[in-house]
Design a protein. Structure first.
Length: 397
């Protein structure tokens, strides 16, 4: 990709200058615009400003696809597992994958990779998969992005799925980009919505962009498979049907093809004293309104009383009041508890993107105009240092 100024058309009007958030544009002595490509992020804002003169041009080198796209059929869900336990996001993807498969009239499949995992394959069928491909090898005992990506790429090249979906988890983000590169196809990360275009039958992959200020819908028209990672808790889990039947396909891949350049030396399981944020049914989150780190004690006490997890806004995390692992929002965790209590959180777009699908939201803030009240089920306008102690005392009583 490259951007350039057509000097024969540029009149030095300076309309493009204020549109560049990167400060990449300057006007030279010859009264022609100059764009520093090292600073430019190719957002296209300057093109809109220069519509009258059409003096700015973005050139994109598009790679031509040599694939026969008609050969690619089926929706695949990568069934992430750790030590034999299938991640809950997989069941969410199976639920959404079933909708996509119905729209396209195609098969919904799951891919299970690991060691001694064959016994978990039927669980995926009971949750909606028509077929499960299983790669079970001692070489895959511990997750390794290199060996796992080789296994998945081998299957994709053989069976040619139309769409591949993966959870936007630490593991998913680790190796799925490698898979996309090896397959020379596109990948949309952190999707919050998926759909099928009625006319083109392309996967519509929607995700937050520009800090959550807008939602971008992305397609991959020329390459297959279409790939997307999806955030945890943005879709409902598939309902288990004990009567469902499906096909389990065991695939053997030569072990020398799965050898990686790194190995796991030791796995240490983190011991948490609080409820896991991603899985919690109740979350109490604190924000900038708490004022300082020590006041998170109020949030923790309330969370413990109602068996909830402790969350936080980005502002609280950036201030160093609480570790990043507690952050809820676009750049933190996406959650969907039965009850979300927002304490001293005004409600930035970034934060609400990560919790607005909660079943019930209680907002406590002294500013009646705080955006959080727009999505709250119940709102309390008041001083949190009066409201929370009163609430704690009432619960204890």
């Amino acid at each position: 990709m490259a951007i350039k100024v057509l000097n024969e058309k540029c009149v030095g009007c300076k309309l493009c200058l204020p549109t560049c958030a990167q400060g990449a544009i300057t006007i030279l002595e010859n009264k022609k615009a100059f764009i520093d490509q090292a600073k430019c992020n190719y957002c296209g804002a300057c093109l809109d400003a220069c519509k009258k003169f059409k003096a700015i041009l973005i050139q994109v080198d598009r790679k031509e696809s040599k694939q026969d796209l008609s050969l690619y059929k089926g929706i695949w869900v990568y069934a992430e597992q750790r030590h034999g336990e299938i991640a809950s996001v997989v069941y969410e993807l199976l639920n959404e994958g079933r909708k996509l498969a119905t729209q396209l009239g195609e098969e919904l499949c799951a891919v299970l990779i690991g060691h001694n995992v064959t016994g978990r394959a039927n669980e995926l069928i009971l949750h909606g998969a028509d077929k499960v491909y299983v790669v079970d090898s001692s070489c895959l005992k511990d997750f390794n992005d290199e060996s796992y990506s080789k296994a998945l790429v081998t299957l994709v090249k053989e069976y040619k799925p139309n769409i591949v979906l993966t959870g936007a988890t630490a593991l998913g983000r680790s190796f799925i980009p490698k898979v996309a590169v090896m397959l020379e196809t596109g990948l949309t990360a952190d999707c919050t919505q998926l759909d099928i275009d009625e006319y083109t039958k392309l996967l519509l992959q929607t995700r937050p962009a520009f800090g959550g200020n807008l939602m971008a819908t992305i397609t991959c028209p020329s390459f297959r498979p279409q790939m997307a990672t999806v955030r945890h808790k943005v879709f409902k889990k598939a309902v288990k049907d004990p009567n469902r039947k499906g096909l389990i396909v065991a695939k053997n891949i030569q072990e020398d093809c799965l050898i990686a350049r790194t190995r796991i030396v030791e796995f240490v399981k983190e011991v948490e004293s609080t409820v896991n944020l991603s899985e919690a049914d109740i979350i109490v989150s604190g924000g900038r309104g708490l004022g300082e780190a020590k006041n998170f004690a109020l949030v923790r006490e309330l969370a413990q009383l109602i068996n909830g997890a402790v969350g936080a806004s980005r502002a609280a995390v950036d201030a160093g009041w609480i570790p990043y692992s507690h952050q809820v929002g676009q750049t933190g965790k996406t959650v969907c508890p039965k009850l979300y209590i927002a304490v001293g959180i005004s409600g930035s777009i970034q934060h609400m993107a990560g919790m607005q699908s909660s079943e019930n939201i209680i907002a406590i803030n002294r500013d009646p105009q705080a955006p959080i009240f727009e999505i709250a089920t119940y709102g309390i306008v008041g001083d949190l240092f009066e409201v929370i102690p009163a609430l704690i005392a009432k619960i204890k009583k």
